[in-house]
Design a binder for this molecule. Structure first.
Ligand SMILES: [Fe+2]
Ligand SMILES: [Fe+2]
Length: 299
């Protein structure tokens, strides 16, 4: 996976000292715990406080740097350009695919365990915000993510099998203390996009980007699994296959949204660039950290 040169990786701030949400060492970890909790009014206020110091300035910075997007076709062209840039081999991805040791690869798998084990759960709150024909397209994606109700096909279960093979725990709570802020940002952004973002087009643009980018991005991990003789690499190879359909469903979801409500395509582009920056930053940081930590104990 590659953070494209036009994305926001370098600009993505965490809450900085003195900003709202910056009083804890890791506001992003706290936010993730809150996002997975039942929120009363006090806890929701804390969520909003952290998000105010993090995601709102981030959205502003992405929007300020964005080019004009007059219509859906222009958004599609911009997205295609971003995906083409990201298809260029990245140093982190190439290292992981071709050189990483099993221990380094295991550390990267551990880093994304909270994502793999909770995959797509945080997309559901977007559904009631969409017109019915968009809902159907998004639901077809979600049904696949949950294995059409078959545990053995559920993406989270595929990740669980991979974790087990690598000798790691298989439940999310084991990873909260070891996951890095860059990864928490990528996780937390979907809770905001689906529940608190003022416009659901940000979510549509973000998920359309994510589904379109994964068939290329996961080739690195798939290659690493093959090279290292890891039997449960299907989590990655399944995505190479199924996300080519999911990207089409998200295009349809957006088309139907436009037909029902009209569309601000600039918000789609903001969502895409936001996700590109967050996931690219998380991946690069995860590989770098794995290389630093390798040789030490994998908890
Ligand atoms: Fe998936
Ligand atoms: Fe998908």
């Amino acid at each position: 996976m590659k953070a494209a040169t036009t994305t926001t990786t370098d600009r993505i701030p965490g809450p900085r000292p003195g900003e709202a949400g910056a009083d804890a060492e890791s506001a992003h970890r706290e936010l993730f715990r809150l996002n997975r909790s039942r929120l009363d009014s006090r806890l929701l206020a804390r969520v909003e406080e952290i998000e105010k110091g993090w995601i709102l300035p981030l959205i502003d910075s992405v929007e300020a740097a964005g080019e004009p997007v007059p219509d859906r076709a222009a958004w599609q062209r911009l997205l295609d350009g971003l995906l083409a840039e990201e298809r260029e081999p990245s140093p982190a991805g190439t290292y992981l695919a071709d050189e990483a040791t099993r221990e380094e690869f295991t550390l990267v798998v551990r880093e994304f365990a909270l994502d793999g084990l909770t995959e797509a759960q945080n997309f559901f709150p977007a559904v009631p915000r969409l017109p019915i024909k968009s809902q159907m397209a998004v639901m077809r994606v979600l049904i696949d993510e949950f294995g059409c109700g078959n545990l053995q096909q559920a993406h989270s279960q595929l990740y669980r099998l991979l974790l087990a093979e690598l000798g790691l725990p298989t439940e999310p709570e084991h990873f909260v203390d070891t996951t890095a802020d860059e990864t928490f940002q990528f996780l937390n952004v979907f809770y905001w996009l689906t529940q608190r973002a003022p416009h659901v087009e940000y979510f549509l643009g973000a998920l359309a980007y994510l589904e379109a980018s994964i068939p290329d991005a996961f080739t690195y991990q798939a290659r690493a699994c093959e090279r290292l003789g890891i039997a449960h690499g299907r989590y990655y190879t399944e995505h190479l296959h199924i996300d080519t359909f999911h990207m089409q469903e998200m295009q349809l979801a957006i088309k139907e949204y436009e037909a029902a409500h009209g569309l601000d395509p600039a918000r789609l582009w903001t969502g895409a660039r936001l996700l590109s920056g967050l996931i690219g930053g998380a991946f690069d940081a995860a590989v770098a950290r794995a290389r630093e930590l390798a040789g030490g104990a994998v908890a």
